[in-house]
Ligand binder design. Structure first.
Ligand code: NAD
Length: 509
């Protein structure tokens, strides 16, 4: 495999995992080794941030905030614009790294970098639109308005499956808001973090920026805990499993910090009597097997009207038969590997449990072996018929496992769809306006994302992204998500010569 993209991104065999911008801290004794799930080979090492280095990062970030918050927002936007330009230059290389380190298809790797570029563009526009409201005061000759100020240091903890985009959704918005950021990438994709930071270092150097505006730390949950327990970080934005989110929410909540949580999903498509089958097949197949079922928005459940049930099951079975599984950097393949062997074991155990609880196999799973599959991380996307009360279908197994179940009324389908603990993404396939409107109404989907005639997977950066219940309630990216990275201040200005007090209270002064 041609690995020139590593050089272009400034990656070496041994990389500093801690950086405050242009300066990386010297390697520590401990390292994370990153092995590619594509071919099982070592990509490189990133040093784990020591407690001492962490302290240095935070004090540098605190000092940088004092400067950055005074830079006018459109000028902060200009820096973000330049970062977007740098990403355009390195899109091919960074997309290849995402694909090689995480295992998603090259098209999806490039797509992830494109999302980063898009969020930069969005943030540049936003830098001139951090609007507050003006209110009419009840007091004469008084003016009242609100303004938004930055919070300080934003701590970003990210998951392995979107190793670059999730950071940029948070970071680019936080930066135009006047915050500084400290990022801990997933320990399963550390090289992606180092590469993004290297690109930042060049932009920081070109603009003579101080250290500490965008910093990187590396390691597992222990480094994450430095951040969640640290009072100097007013906001922790954490993306990952619900298990992690519950711990982070409690830790940050205990110090009355703010947390923005983007956690697991268990996303369903309701397929109605009137559904257009071409849309169903494309939406459901991409949703279920894209990124090898490792998207938070992956389609995990198909809830199908009983009149179309056999047709959907059989056509999906046929579609699964045409999937090409293999090297994700070969654009002819549809499905790449799982992230690691632990994930393969979780997938195998889930299949056992589905069968044990009476699930019927439509397309069976299994681990692929032989030439091209040496990493041991390639598995077959699989598909089971289950009851609507299936326990396994309540869980998010982060692998390409799809469930199908029948329904008879739309109310019942919505109830099944909403019956899981998670509430991220949902979809209905219908050509009936009454059905789509009910699905989108207050009595419809309880998820943060509800689509009509589009699958559950993928989202545009212009909308607010996130979900309810065990998905954590956070919203990132577009719409007014920026408000999570700022503090609101209400200001009242008296330009009269008197000071009227509430309830007519008077002092003899
Ligand atoms: P994970 O929870 O294992 O790890 C996520 C991050 O949290 C890692 O950086 C990890 O080091 C850190 N972490 C773990 N425990 C911690 C603790 N106690 N304190 C501080 N940090 C801690 O998740 P993963 O396996 O990397 O990612 C898969 C999960 O992420 C899935 O559940 C998926 O649905 C979810 N996800 C959600 C979204 C979303 O936007 N809702 C997006 C991507 C992924």
């Amino acid at each position: 495999m041609n690995l020139d993209f590593l050089k272009e991104l400034g990656l070496a065999e041994d990389n500093d995992g801690t950086s405050t911008g242009q300066t990386s801290h010297h390697n520590s004794a401990e390292h994370i080794e990153s092995y590619s799930p594509v071919d099982g080979k070592l990509i490189g090492k990133a040093s784990v941030t020591t407690k001492e280095q962490y302290e240095d990062v935070i004090t540098t970030a605190e000092a940088a905030f004092k400067h950055w918050r005074t830079v006018p927002a459109p000028q902060r936007g200009e820096i973000v614009r330049q970062y977007g330009e740098a990403l355009r230059k390195h899109k091919d290389a960074l997309g290849r790294l995402v694909s090689y380190e995480m295992g998603k298809s090259l098209q999806e790797g490039w797509g992830e970098v494109q999302e980063m570029i898009d969020i930069c563009d969005f943030a540049v526009g936003l830098s001139r639109q951090l609007y507050g409201l003006t209110m009419h005061s009840e007091r004469p000759m008084h003016r009242m308005y609100e303004q938004w100020h930055p919070l300080g240091i934003v701590g970003i903890i990210s998951a392995f499956n979107f190793p670059v985009a999730v950071w940029s959704w948070n970071s680019m918005i936080a930066l135009v808001c006047g915050d500084v950021t400290v990022w801990k990438p997933s320990e399963k994709a550390p090289m992606c973090g180092v590469a993004c930071q290297n690109i930042w270092a060049q932009v920081a150097k070109d603009n003579d920026l101080p250290e500490g505006i965008s910093s990187l730390v590396n390691g597992d949950y222990k480094i994450g805990e430095y951040m969640t327990t640290d009072k100097r970080i007013p906001l922790i934005s954490a993306t990952g499993s619900t298990r992690m989110g519950k711990i982070v929410a409690q830790t940050v909540g205990a110090r009355l910090g703010k947390s923005l949580l983007e956690l697991g999903g268990n996303n369903a498509i309701i397929i109605t009597e009137s559904a257009d089958m071409d849309l169903v097949l494309t939406g459901a197949l991409f949703g279920a097997v894209g990124t090898c079922g490792q998207r938070c928005t992956s389609t995990r459940r198909l809830i199908v009207h009983e009149s179309r049930y056999a047709e959907v099951r059989d056509k999906m079975q046929k579609a699964y038969g045409q999937l090409r599984i293999g090297d994700p950097l070969d654009t002819n393949n549809h499905v790449g590997p799982l992230i690691d062997k632990d994930s393969v074991n979780t997938y195998l155990k889930a299949i056992e449990s589905i069968k044990a609880e009476g699930g019927k196999t439509v397309v069976d799973g299994g681990v692929l072996e032989g030439e091209g599959y040496e990493s041991g991380c390639y598995v077959k996307p699989c598909f089971f018929e289950v009851d609507k009360d299936s326990k396994m279908a309540q869980h998010e197994t982060f692998a390409p496992i799809l469930y199908i179940m029948p329904y008879s009324t739309l109310e019942e389908a919505i109830e099944i769809q909403n019956s899981v603990p998670q509430g991220l993404s949902s979809a209905i396939m219908t050509t009936n306006m009454r059905e789509s409107e009910l699905f989108l109404s207050t009595a419809g989907s309880d998820c943060g994302i509800a689509n009509v005639n589009i699958g559950t997977s993928g989202a545009e950066i212009g909308g607010a992204f996130g979900g309810e219940k065990e998905t954590g309630g956070g919203r990132e990216s577009g719409s007014d998500s920026w408000k999570a990275y700022m503090r609101r201040q209400t200001n009242t200005i008296n330009y009269s010569t008197t000071l009227p007090l509430a309830q007519g209270i008077k002092f003899d002064l």
